[in-house]
Design a protein around this ligand. Structure first.
Ligand SMILES: C[S@@+](CC[C@H](N)C(=O)[O-])C[C@H]1O[C@@H](n2cnc3c(N)ncnc32)[C@H](O)[C@@H]1O
Length: 245
C-alpha cells in the first residue's frame, strides 16, 4: 500500500521535501490528507484530518533513551530472543520489517550491526531523516557498530544480500493493545503502511537468510506466523518472541 503526500509549497523547506520525495519515489498530491513538514530538522508526516503531533523517527527521544538505559539492559526479553547475551562477537542482524526503527535501535545500542530493509517509501524517508539526525548528534557515541537502511523487501530479489546471523520480523498485526498516546501514533502509522497481508511469506525467506535464527515479534496470544510452531518462545508483558533456529 502507498499513500501520496501533500507539500505546502509556500514553506521555506518545501524544496527539501520535494527532493526527499524524489529520492524515495514518493507520490506528491495536493489533495492528499497527509502532509510532510519539517520541525526542528525532523521530517514528520501529519494527518491533516486529525490533530496529531505527527509520526517521525527520533532515535534520541526521551522514550528511546529510557528504553536503552532502563529497559533491562541485555536481560531484556527482545535481546535474549535474538541471542545477544550468548554471542561473543557482534551479531549481524537483518531487520526485515524495521518500521520506525525502535527495535533496530535497541539491537544497535547493544552492540549489534543492523541492516534495516523497509519496503514503504514514506517510512524509508522518515527513517533516513532519523538516522541523519542520530549520526550528526553529539550524543551519538557508538562508532563500532553499524545501523544502515535500504528500501526493499526480502520477498523480492535479494541476491545482493549476504547472510545474517539473525533475521528479525515484526510485521503489522491488526490488534495491539497500547496506551492512548501510543495508540494514536500506531493508528496513524497503520494508515501509512496498511496491513502486512503477505507477512506469512516472510518466514521462509527469512530462514534462507539467517545463519543462526529468525525471531518473530507477535502480540501475546497471536497465531504463529505462517502457522509454524517456533523452536522456542520468549514472553514479555504483552509480547511474544517466536524463535526459529
Ligand atoms: C509493525 S512495523 C515494525 C515496527 C518496528 N519493529 C519498530 O520497532 O519500530 C512493520 C513495518 O514492516 C514493514 N514491512 C512489512 N512487510 C514488509 C516486507 N515484506 N518487507 C519490508 N518491510 C515490510 C512495514 O512497512 C512497516 O513499516
Amino acid at each position: 500500500m502507498t499513500i501520496s503526500i501533500k507539500i505546502d509549497q509556500s514553506k521555506n523547506y518545501s524544496s527539501c521535501i520535494n527532493e526527499i520525495c524524489k529520492i524515495w519515489d514518493i507520490r506528491i498530491d495536493s489533495t492528499s490528507d497527509f502532509e510532510f513538514i519539517i520541525e526542528n530538522d525532523y521530517l514528520k508526516i501529519i494527518d491533516l484530518k486529525e490533530y496529531h503531533s505527527g509520526v517521525y523517527v527520533d532515535f534520541l527521544s526521551k522514550q528511546s533513551v529510557y528504553r536503552q538505559s532502563f529497559g533491562g539492559g541485555k536481560k531484556q526479553t527482545i535481546l535474549k530472543a535474538i541471542g545477544v547475551t550468548k554471542s561473543r562477537t557482534p551479531l549481524n542482524i537483518l531487520d526485515a520489517t524495521p518500521g520506525l526503527g525502535k527495535d533496530s535501535f535497541v539491537f544497535f545500542s547493544h552492540g549489534c550491526n543492523v541492516h534495516m530493509l523497509e519496503r514503504n517509501e514514506i517510512v524509508c524517508a522518515l527513517l533516513e531523516n532519523g538516522l541523519n539526525k542520530l549520526k550528526n548528534s553529539e550524543n551519538y557515541t557508538n562508532k563500532e557498530n553499524s545501523l544502515t537502511l535500504e528500501k526493499g523487501t526480502i520477498l523480492d530479489n535479494i541476491g545482493h544480500l549476504d547472510m545474517f546471523d539473525v533475521v528479525y520480523l515484526d510485521p503489522m498485526y491488526p490488534k495491539r493493545n497500547k496506551s492512548a498516546s501510543v495508540k494514536k501514533e500506531m493508528a496513524m502509522f497503520h494508515k501509512i503502511v496498511g496491513d502486512d497481508k503477505d507477512s506469512d511469506f516472510l518466514l521462509e525467506k527469512a530462514k534462507s537468510l539467517a545463519k543462526k535464527r529468525v525471531v518473530v515479534k507477535r502480540p501475546k496470544g497471536a497465531p504463529f506466523l505462517n502457522s509454524l510452531k517456533p523452536d522456542f518462545e520468549y514472553l514479555s508483558k504483552n509480547t511474544r518472541y517466536d524463535v526459529y533456529i
